[in-house]
Design a binder for this molecule. Structure first.
Ligand SMILES: C[S@@+](CC[C@H](N)C(=O)[O-])C[C@H]1O[C@@H](n2cnc3c(N)ncnc32)[C@H](O)[C@@H]1O
Length: 294
């Protein structure tokens, strides 16, 4: 039996949605309910949202793996099979990407999380829908877990495509982390890093180098305390970084494929409002539990 919800199931699931935040759905005043999570097909939910209501959107859709994704040893699963292959996946994503752009604020940013299977196809669609000028980054999330291959280099990264609604108006905070790898770096009496040049001391930012578009963040191990049993659950550290870089406190952060609610938990911890949506009631139940426990 397919794990995909039938149209009827999906409609019934939509009926159980928590109402969208009043200010997001109608443009009216009022605080969004907490947690703002919906059991729905995101293509049914998004038309109910006002233009430009989301300050940041992160989505981690199915990756077009052609398989049912199940958590190891767990009961939870979602369907990532596409009769029609990549073409069917592209047809599924296209109207959703259009809606993401519509609900994104003029200063907003969209992150679409994919891997080698679909990233190229979605990049071309995003260039068309958002405009190539609004492309900001292709972030490589590198990790080390998983098996090794004897037939090609190990596939150890995911790709996050990042687009601004209007590049130049988008929110962005430089994040600093790690150590400088520059040769001959010294520290002054106050511990500030510098390099001696012919013109004198060249000082470096004491908080470390600015993050680049290659991120080394460990994948959640099978025994991680963060794991809640949803297949393909992403680490909070990844979402923490995205939300800090591309939003401000009180902003509305949306995840229309929220699964176990990683984005929503990270947003809440950082003092942002959140809007989540998933087709599967079990995913929303897990997300709700995580938010209550935080
Ligand atoms: C890769 S998982 C997201 C995992 C999530 N980032 C986490 O950390 O738990 C993709 C999710 O998209 C959901 N999904 C698939 N099609 C959907 C649709 N049309 N509308 C809403 N959610 C959908 C699946 O149920 C699944 O939970």
């Amino acid at each position: 039996m397919s794990d995909r919800l039938t149209e009827a199931e999906s409609r019934r699931a939509s009926g159980r949605s928590v109402r969208p935040p009043a200010n997001a759905a109608n443009g009216a005043d009022g605080d969004p309910p907490d947690p703002g999570i919906h059991v729905a097909d995101n293509l049914d939910l998004m038309p109910r949202l006002a233009d430009g209501c989301c300050d940041l959107i992160y989505v981690d859709p199915p990756f077009a793996t052609g398989a049912v994704r199940a958590a190891r040893g767990g009961a939870h699963r979602f369907d990532d099979r596409w009769s029609g292959g990549i073409k069917a996946f592209v047809a599924f994503m296209q109207p959703r990407l259009v809606e993401f752009r519509r609900v994104l604020a003029p200063h907003g940013t969209l992150y679409v999380h994919l891997d080698w299977r679909a990233a190229a196809y979605v990049r071309v669609m995003l260039d068309t829908i958002f405009g190539a000028d609004n492309f900001l980054n292709e972030i490589i999330w590198h990790y080390r877990t998983g098996g090794a291959s004897r037939r090609w280099f190990g596939r150890k990264h995911d790709t996050l495509l990042v687009y601004a609604r209007r590049a130049g108006r988008h929110r962005f905070h430089v994040l600093r982390e790690g150590i400088y790898r520059t040769d001959g770096l010294k520290r002054d009496e106050a511990g500030r890093p510098f390099k001696s040049t012919k013109k004198g001391r060249l000082y470096f930012n004491a908080h470390g180098p600015a993050l680049t578009d290659v991120w080394d963040i460990p994948f959640l191990s099978t025994v991680s305390v963060e794991r809640v049993g949803w297949p393909t659950q992403k680490p909070l550290a990844l979402l923490d970084r995205i939300i800090r870089a591309s939003s401000n406190p009180d902003d509305l952060v949306a995840d229309f494929f929220c699964g176990s609610g990683t984005t929503l938990v990270a947003a809440a911890r950082l003092g942002r409002r959140f809007l989540g949506c998933d087709l599967r009631p079990e995913a929303v139940a897990l997300a709700t539990k995580r938010l209550q426990a935080r």
